[in-house]
Design a binder for this molecule. Sequence first.
Ligand SMILES: *Cc1c(COP(=O)(O)O)cnc(C)c1O
Length: 364
Amino acid sequence: MQTPTARINLNAIKHNYSVLKELSGNQKLIAVIKGNAYGHDANEVAHALPNADAFAVARIEEAINLRRSGIEQPILLLEGCFCHKELLKASQFNLDTVVHSHNQLEDIERCPLPNPIKVWLKVDTGMHRLGVQPQDVEHYKRRLEAFDYVAEDIHFLSHLSCADNPSSDKTASQISVFSSALENVNGLKSLANSAGILLWPNSQFDVARAGIALFGISPQITRTGKDFGLIPAMTFETSLISKRDHQKGQAVGYGETWVASQDTTLGVIAVGYGDGYPRSGSNNACVYINGRLVPVVGRVSMDMIVVDLGPKSKDQCGDIVELWGNNLPIEHVAKSAQAIPYELTIQLTSRVSKEHCFESYTKA
Ligand SMILES: *Cc1c(COP(=O)(O)O)cnc(C)c1O
């Protein structure tokens, strides 16, 4: 009997990297593998991409783990170093850092670093989360360039806030702010995330940064990865552990939130919010079993969900159930659970075993 397992096809990730590289207009492509590669295992993913131009993570511990596991490509800390001590570590482990604030600039100015560090200046082009103002770029650049332990040239990045929405005019405005703020600089420029690569050809500069799409998932919830020629890397499966007859008018589960409208067969499936399955999928999501989709009925509990297999079901205990993957796009599950796919893959708990493989796949 199979307990919850996420099978992760590293060949799919390799395929997606090359598709994205091409779609990005052959910019350099940073594989964003923060959050343990969005739950896919950062070490496994990084080692499966020996030709990746670079990697990026959010926290210095993530980067140091990658270095310790033998990753030699550049690794960028997307939010930079949070204090001076981290900056020393970053220099020691040959990590590239972001400067997005005055504090981070002062940390760099405070004292020499053991190895020259590559700095990416983050510019706020309209997301208003991190970044220096476009009119201050010249000032930051000049101060950074004054130190010989800051590698030449300074590079530049910014982040898109609405790129998953093709009808928003925000992206065009961010592209234009980014271009004009950086008209006269030498360093590399990086703007596009997955949505930029897939939906906004004008967001192409020198370097793109792909996270979610690398795993075969669409950043735009109304489409699936396959619509863009990507292959979903993760298949999340478990098994049917019980099957029972259920009468019209009977409820099921905590709070009796679902009542059968006809005599039917209910299946109990070994997965719950304790594995990272979204509780908001209660009465909303579907699962894939024996070639068809069946609805989740009643509340998702910690270790189990109940599905309506329908009258005269021929399913059997032990049958494999797909919660998302090749047959049931994660984008659909996320939509029905009012979540985003990013949350679903990263929320898988340590109870879920992750199996990595290099399977062949059917081309999208
Ligand atoms: C997470 C992140 C990305 C990757 O975004 P996706 O939507 O997953 O492609 C790119 N850039 C920055 C700064 C990020 O934080």
